[in-house]
Design a protein around this ligand. Structure first.
Ligand SMILES: [Zn+2]
Ligand SMILES: [Zn+2]
Length: 367
């Protein structure tokens, strides 16, 4: 029977194995802390994701380091900042592959994470996914194969915001209603005679419209990282946000967490753009008719709430001909997303083979 992590453990012993006092790490397969040496397991306290914070609380008491012992380092290559728990080391940058040369320092305060999706896909399983992904990429250079090896990918929590808001929008616009009209026209028939014909033509009659729509938004998810391209991040969806747990520094043991690069206010501006798409649809539905024009739209936001989330990926970066390529695995689903260069040598080899085959066929044909 696994012990539960004591609530208040002395600072340096926080993730020490109670059996052998080696460092423990979060184990994706059991969802617990596990000793790398003796295999003893410590369960984490059961927790549901906490409620969101009112927006105006962000300035006050939420600014704390990600954990008491966390160290933090900035990559000189891409500027990303990651935090980790000793004895984990910075190594090379997960996002750009550059060696980290800066010395780690104690982590700076930030709007602390509220909730986390723990790692569920173990590293070995992620490596298998990457190997399969690579096998289906024909012209990938051999250098890429190291992505499936031990130091190729590392576990990183990426920062996200979720926003909730109640919106009330007033609009003015126009409702277009279609009607058919018979129109006469002339045509030249196949004998060269001009003939009178008629046809039905669709027209639109416009009526002015105005009104109000309201909607509540929950958990609008905004990436707070700029280190992974937006389309790659979107392609890692879906995230099972229903399984979020309350953040606890133990989830960081053995992993890194990226510091947000998109601030809370900037994140809310992006959330508004996402909400605006739905609000437009609501307004068009409210206007009704066959076509709609929206001339003016004003939205007021109330009960704005937020949460800072950490979502888990296995990620590695490699440099090929001075460009950086990333491979990312959703550590909840195993979904692989990545980009890879084409190996000029491999393509040249294939082209040479095709030419050779053509030459041989020609030679055989002449005999
Ligand atoms: Zn142990
Ligand atoms: Zn970097």
């Amino acid at each position: 029977m696994a012990d539960t992590l004591p609530a208040a453990v002395g600072k340096p012993e926080r993730f020490r194995c109670p059996q052998c006092s080696a460092g423990m790490e979060f184990d994706p397969e059991t969802g617990s802390l596990k000793c790398r040496f003796c295999g003893s397991v410590q369960a984490l306290p059961e927790s549901n994701a906490p409620a969101a914070h009112p927006f105006n609380e962000a300035q006050a008491h939420l600014f704390i380091p990600i954990s008491d012992n966390a160290m933090e380092v900035r990559c000189g290559g891409c500027g990303s900042v990651v935090a980790f728990e000793p004895p984990t080391i910075a190594g090379s940058c997960s996002f750009c592959g550059a060696a980290i040369v800066a010395a780690p320092k104690a982590a700076d305060p930030l709007i602390a994470p509220d909730a986390v999706l723990p790692f569920k896909v173990a590293k070995s399983a992620a490596q298998t996914e990457v190997t399969q992904w690579l096998a289906s990429r024909w012209f990938a250079p051999s250098a890429l194969k190291k992505m499936a090896q031990d130091e190729g990918i590392g576990g990183v929590y990426l920062p996200f915001w979720t926003h909730d808001a109640a919106t009330r929008s007033s609009y003015t616009g126009e409702r277009g209603e279609h009607y058919m009209k018979t129109e006469d026209y002339t045509e030249t028939d196949h004998n060269g005679n001009t003939v009178q014909r008629s046809r039905q033509v669709q027209h639109t009659r416009w009526h002015s419209a105005s009104g109000q729509v309201s909607r509540s938004f929950n958990n609008v998810l905004i990436a707070a990282t700029k280190s992974v391209k937006e389309e790659r991040l979107n392609a890692l969806d879906p995230w099972d946000l229903g399984a979020l747990c309350q953040y606890e520094p133990a989830y960081l043991a053995g992993f890194k967490a990226q510091r947000y690069q998109v601030g809370l206010l900037q994140g809310f501006e992006k959330a508004k753009q996402i909400m605006a798409v739905t609000i437009q649809e609501d307004v068009r539905a409210d206007i009704g008719g066959d076509e709609q024009r929206v001339d003016q739209l004003h939205t007021e936001y109330s009960d704005v709430m937020f949460r800072h989330l950490l979502l888990p990926v296995w990620i590695g970066a490699y440099r090929f001909q001075s460009k950086v390529y990333q491979v990312t695995v959703n550590a909840r689903t195993g979904e692989v997303q990545g980009e890879r260069p084409y190996s000029a040598a491999k393509i040249a080899l294939l082209v040479a083979l095709i030419i050779l085959v053509i030459v041989i066929i020609n030679l055989l044909g002449r005999q």
